[in-house]
Design a protein. Structure first.
Lengths: 289, 225
């Protein structure tokens, strides 16, 4: 089967959505500062769209852990991202995060290099850690927060810093030293694709933990697979869908493998639907007989 | 053999990147501050450096605040600023108002966007960002025998003029502490610094009240600060 037509590729929609989210986050300091339009405020630590408040789960939890007090609007703000993670897993990371947008742009630019492009774009991992390092990052982050007594991820969260530095630049005409963290995270992409997202991001770990029970998963159909292993090289998270890892906790539903697969052996399914399909077979057979 | 070489280069890479990161982090920080680590965890709130309206007590403000920057974005006067990591350590990214640069005009927009309750919604007159203190040695009206001036600037700019700042029979201003919101407009617009003997000092300073909830603040606390 030939490659999917342009608008049918899910990754195209992902790139468009990523760009839209990036423009929203980077553009809202400008609208707030120059035109006093306060419809959208903040960035991915807490985003306000009209009266809708979204609070990032990890930052909200850290705030609760260190202040040792609940605040209802903050809990309500965490409902939207947690529900999203329950339904679709780590889609925040792959479909909204500004860091992922910047990584995607760097990958696309690397891909434009003649001759070496494809090799650089889908470069093999030079540095690998066990994937469970992600959970240790989350535990270490929370423990360190409790020990220090002040929320830390609110300060160094790379997706938040992108919005924060833009806001500082627009409002106060200077950027702060924290931009080094964003640069470091982007540099870590070079030896291993999405190295920070894979192994060190506590927010990603939180969403992956919730996404363990996600509904939207990628189903691997072994009967259609021809074993070309394109999906393994395309996956930015270093997961191997060709050996049945497509429903792993570390998958962030970015649809790269779904689009790369030449025989449509990988597809998005709602987990419940899959279960229903299996159980409906015997019933149908009974009716026939 | 090839594997060994790869491991070595990997180690080298890790070492170099770690070293570069550490040296970058160290050089970007003011090293003199590390001699006294207390400055990294000491609250940078002080005279004329205040929290935005409706802030919870300073001892757990930095714990509650998630540094989302929404208060600064909605502030129509752009008077809310954020601490830098070099100056404030763990307080970096928390909002403050420097009344000498731009005071708070009590529009009360920021308290309604705070997602974590660091800024609690409250009425204009219930705001207690601090309390204004008049230095009677510097105030040109209090020194009217020497200066011959009669200035009523602070009285006329105060949003609670006649309630928070009153003037006595000699037109000398005095603060009614229990009604002062600490917005800092009086301190900002004080003209005492233009009097040549004062050498640029303003007569009014806003002292922060940072250790109690708004409703529990009593007159003695305000007078103590």
């Amino acid at each position: 089967m030939a490659r999917k037509s342009f608008w049918k590729r899910i990754t195209i929609w992902r790139y468009l959505f990523l760009t839209a989210c990036f423009i929203t986050v980077v553009g809202n300091p400008f609208t707030n500062y120059y035109w006093d339009i306060n419809f959208i405020q903040g960035w991915f630590q807490s985003l306000g769209v009209g009266n809708l408040w979204v609070v990032s789960p990890l930052e909200g939890i850290e705030s609760i852990l260190t202040a040792k007090a609940f605040y209802m609007p903050s809990l309500v703000g965490m409902v939207v991202p947690v529900t999203l993670a329950f339904l679709m897993g780590r889609v925040f990371c792959s479909w909204m995060c500004p860091i992922e947008f910047l990584s995607m742009i760097t990958d696309k630019i690397l891909g434009l290099i003649p001759k070496w492009g494809t090799k650089l774009k889908y470069r093999p991992d030079l540095i690998r850690f066990p994937k469970r390092l992600l959970w240790f990052a989350l535990v270490a982050e929370l423990l360190l927060t409790m020990i220090v007594g002040y929320p830390l991820f609110v300060w160094w969260s790379p997706p938040g810093l992108v919005g924060r530095e833009t806001m500082f630049y627009v409002f106060y005409k200077h950027i702060t030293v924290e931009i080094a963290i964003v640069v470091l995270v982007l540099l870590l992409n070079l030896p291993t694709r999405r190295m920070f997202c894979r192994y060190f991001c506590p927010l990603g770990a939180t969403l992956a933990l919730i996404g363990k029970w996600r509904q939207l998963v990628i189903r691997y159909d072994a009967s259609v697979c021809v074993g070309c292993k394109v999906c393994d090289s395309r996956c930015p998270m270093g997961i191997k869908p060709s050996v049945g890892e497509s429903q792993s906790v570390y998958c962030w539903n970015c649809a790269e493998c779904v689009d790369a697969c030449p025989t449509s052996a990988l597809n998005f399914v709602w987990r419940d639907k899959g279960v229903l399909k299996v159980s409906s077979f015997p019933v149908a057979e009974e009716r026939k007989s | 053999m090839a594997k060994k070489k790869l491991t070595e280069s990997r180690r080298k890479f890790l070492k170099v990147s770690l070293g570069a990161f550490l040296s970058g982090a160290l050089t970007s920080c003011d090293l003199s501050r590390f001699k006294n680590p207390k400055t990294m965890v000491k609250s940078p709130i002080g005279p004329n450096i205040l929290r935005p309206p409706g802030a919870v007590p300073e001892d757990h403000f930095a714990q509650k605040c998630i540094r989302c920057g929404r208060c600064g974005e909605v502030c129509p006067y752009h008077c809310i600023k954020y601490f830098d990591v070099k100056e404030a350590g763990v307080f970096s990214g928390t909002p403050y108002i420097n009344v000498m640069e731009k005071p708070c005009y009590l529009c009360m927009k920021c308290v309604y966007v705070c997602p974590t309750g660091s800024l609690v919604p409250c009425a204009k007159e219930d705001v207690r960002m601090g309390v204004a203190v008049i230095n009677r040695q510097i105030c040109v009206t209090w020194q009217q025998e020497k200066t011959g001036l009669m200035c009523k600037t602070c009285f006329s700019v105060c949003p609670f003029s006649g309630v928070a700042i009153k003037i006595d029979h000699d037109f000398r201003p005095y603060i009614v502490e229990e009604n002062c919101t600490g917005c800092g407009i009086c301190a900002y617009s004080c003209i005492a610094d233009t009097w040549y003997e004062n050498k640029g000092k303003k007569a009014i300073t806003i002292m922060p009240i940072k250790w109690k909830k708004i409703k529990e603040i009593k007159l003695e606390d305000i007078k103590k600060s």
